[in-house]
Design a protein around this ligand. Sequence first.
Ligand SMILES: NC(=O)c1ccc[n+]([C@@H]2O[C@H](COP(=O)([O-])OP(=O)(O)OC[C@H]3O[C@@H](n4cnc5c(N)ncnc54)[C@H](OP(=O)(O)O)[C@@H]3O)[C@@H](O)[C@H]2O)c1
Length: 256
Amino acid sequence: MDPFIPKIALITGASAGIGRAMAWSLAPKNLTLILVARRLDRLQELKDEILKTHPHKVIHLIDSDVNDPELTSRISTISNQRIDILINNAGLAVGRDKIEASTFTDWEQMISTNVTANFKMAHMVVPWMLKNGGGDIINLCSIAGFLTYPGGAVYCATKHAVHAFTRVLREETAGRNIRVMQISPGMVETDFSLTRFNGDQAMADKVYEGLDPLRGEDIARMMQFMLDQPRHVVIDEMITMPMAQGSPTTVVRGKA
Ligand SMILES: NC(=O)c1ccc[n+]([C@@H]2O[C@H](COP(=O)([O-])OP(=O)(O)OC[C@H]3O[C@@H](n4cnc5c(N)ncnc54)[C@H](OP(=O)(O)O)[C@@H]3O)[C@@H](O)[C@H]2O)c1
């Protein structure tokens, strides 16, 4: 890699939650940031805040749905086909209904965003990383990538798919200076539940009631730890839950 060309980190889903926290974590590093999300106002606010602390930071914003077929060419133009770090994070759950009551619209939104768009990001950056001498990919999975819970069939299925894809990508890139990694959290208090319950704040708050959930910053710190390892070290996966959680369905509330 040419040491004079600044490295570039691409974060999808940077307008909120884990992606936003990861943008803050990478802000002090010698990296150009490309931040992708649909809500430009949120991205702009984040950029303005980061620039107050890191005034020389180069930050590119891309207001796009990750499902937009134009996204690849926008990233390609801005990055000049060089992505050194991909935080493949954009994703969502929609609804908590049982299979027979859930809607195909919700299924399609989860499958296209969590699965197809996530996979396409890797498909885009891997050839660039190979051409440029290497890179790091962190996929956002979930404990739903290997465990399940009633009301989460399609979300769990999408994260199981991410889990399998990450494993294969790891095998295919072994020995090629691309570190493929994955982080699989349990409950993180972000906008995740607000989205899942279609903006119902009371329902979202109930998810985290009576316990101390993980925060976006906790996940960002772990991702940073993965990235900061010496080049020969790959932390294939981190699985993390709050103290009060033992599985998707085992959550202890109201105890110190
Ligand atoms: N929170 C948890 O408990 C938890 C647990 C395990 C795994 N995860 C995973 O962590 C990742 C981040 O979630 P989060 O907890 O940080 O949730 P969040 O606060 O709701 O953030 C989700 C981010 O993804 C973006 N996004 C969603 N759909 C998009 C689309 N179609 N195109 C572009 N951007 C899109 C959102 O931006 P815009 O709306 O502005 O587009 C937002 O920036 C997801 O993959 C999620 O499945 C979360």
